[in-house]
Design a protein. Structure first.
Length: 427
């Protein structure tokens, strides 16, 4: 049997052979299916891209039915157990695991780029005292494009690599500055003696002590959470990164757009929405009534469901395990019992089972962040930090892809037919 699709256009009786490649038909091949010389030809219609591959990518592989997630072929479970976030960021960007020398050089370079331009502090001080940290984060990342004009030369591979390093290195500093601004506390400069997550914790929580000592369990827990959030193939925010980047704008501006997409409650904002939902439920006794509301179509069970995973999100399992590590240090988050009861009931209820709704990466992560002392407004920022490594690696792959050009979908026009302008006096 040939790898082709034979289609007959019943409007004309004509038959066409379309090649099948990697389980796809090329949308532009449909253009030859026309009813006449002046017919543009068939296009595909796929709102929200439910069934459209936008690119070829070698970075992340997901099997939603099997609950599989791999970065460059390595299972997320093994990376979460044995790797660290900086090594995973290296893997995403370069496509292979580093040697010890490569890793040391990479970690050193990242460390030496953690300090933002001093003017960023002035920029930050312009925000309201209660500015949402995600709004501060995405604005400041976009503003970085004005500090590095050479980033516009996106055709220069070495300059692209330097901007990638700057972004991976500086997003924790920007996030920490946004947090300290929200708390009304002085900014803390990076401490180059500490690890990536240890330094982040220092910039967040250092007070009057001369040197901040991160708790090793919390430092490692954050590192595992960063690994789990680093990339996830063509999700909403990564598609935004690729789409904006396809216009050949600098990576800081593109990443600001990606962060804006992640800000939404259906995407990265879900971990904040989960905590609000758990607080609204208030007690385990109220869970059945809440589930009843959701089943009646009144609101969603935030932290549940996924466009790709139609089984348990493999990251959610690891987040749940990390929660136990953190709670041993911080004490158990009282909202955990409500979350566990929600999961128990939902996994038995046909409404959720029939829709293949399982906990996703956001369902438990907020509980950990809250136990670690982060306010809910910081949760999506904590997602954006590690996802920066995924966004920038996907951006690099897009720019290297000879098939990629400026992203510009078509539409089905449903508006008014052609009509003449009517002067206002005659309307
Ligand atoms: C992330 O794409 C990624 O990779 C994203 C992410 C990443 O790493 O980048 O994994 C991170 O964004 C995780 C998802 C976080 N969002 C949430 O937890 C918000 C709650 N979840 C939903 O909004 C929803 O499940 C989505 C947005 C995640 C997926 O939506 P889809 O694929 O468009 O599914 P759908 O909305 O068409 O739902 C199918 C059915 C519908 O019911 P019917 O209309 O068929 O009766 O399931 C229902 C939905 O109403 N449904 C839910 C539900 N999610 C879907 N019902 C109750 N609670 C939910 N959470």
């Amino acid at each position: 049997m040939a790898d082709t699709l034979t289609v007959t256009d019943n409007r004309t009786g004509k038959t066409y052979e379309l090649p099948i490649t990697d389980g796809t038909v090329r949308a532009t091949d449909l253009r030859k299916i026309r009813t006449g010389a002046d017919d543009f030809g068939l296009t595909t219609y796929d709102p929200a891209f439910l069934n459209t591959a936008s690119c070829r990518s070698a970075i992340t592989y997901i099997d939603g039915d099997q609950g599989i997630l791999e970065y460059r072929g390595y299972p997320i479970e093994q990376l979460g157990e044995q790797s660290n976030f900086l090594e995973v960021a290296y893997l995403l960007w370069f496509g292979h695991l580093p040697s010890q020398a490569e890793y040391d050089a990479w970690a050193r370079t990242i460390t030496l780029h953690t300090m933002p331009h001093e003017n960023i502090k002035k920029f930050m001080e312009g925000f309201r005292y209660d500015a949402h940290p995600m709004g501060v984060f995405l604005s400041t990342v976009g503003a970085l494009s004005t500090f590095y004009p050479e980033a516009k030369q996106i055709g220069d591979a070495e300059l692209r690599r330097i901007q990638a390093i700057r972004l991976i290195a500086k997003v924790p500093s920007i996030a920490a500055y946004a947090f300290r601004h929200l708390k009304g506390q002085p900014f803390v400069y990076p401490d180059n003696d500490l690890s990536y997550t240890g330094n982040f914790l220092s910039m967040l929580f250092k007070m009057t002590e001369l040197k901040y000592q991160p708790h090793p369990v919390l430092e490692r827990a954050l590192d595992v959470l960063f690994i789990l959030h680093a990339d996830h193939e063509q999700n909403c925010s990564t598609s935004a990164m690729r789409g904006i980047g396809s216009s050949q704008v600098d990576p800081f501006s593109a990443l600001a757009g990606a962060a804006a997409a992640l800000y939404g409650p259906l995407h990265g904002g879900a971990n904040e929405a989960v905590l609000k939902m758990l607080a609204e439920i208030g007690s385990v006794q109220h869970v059945p009534a809440f589930i009843k509301k959701v089943k009646a179509g009144d609101g969603k069970l935030m932290g549940f469901g996924h466009r790709v995973y139609k089984s348990y999100d493999p990251r959610a399992k690891m987040v749940k395990k990390t929660a136990d590590m953190v709670f041993d240090v911080t004490g158990r988050n009282p909202l955990t019992d409500i979350a566990l009861e929600l999961e128990r009931i939902a996994l038995e209820d046909d409404y959720f089972i029939s829709r293949k709704l399982y906990p996703n990466v956001d369902f438990y992560s907020g509980l950990i962040y809250q136990a670690m002392g982060f306010p809910m407004e910081m949760f999506t920022v904590l997602f954006a930090i590690p996802r920066t490594a995924g966004w920038i690696s996907q951006w690099e792959e897009m720019l290297r892809d000879p098939e990629q050009k400026i992203s510009r979908p078509r539409q089905v026009y449903t508006g008014a037919p052609r009509r003449d302008y009517v002067a206002i006096a005659n309307r």
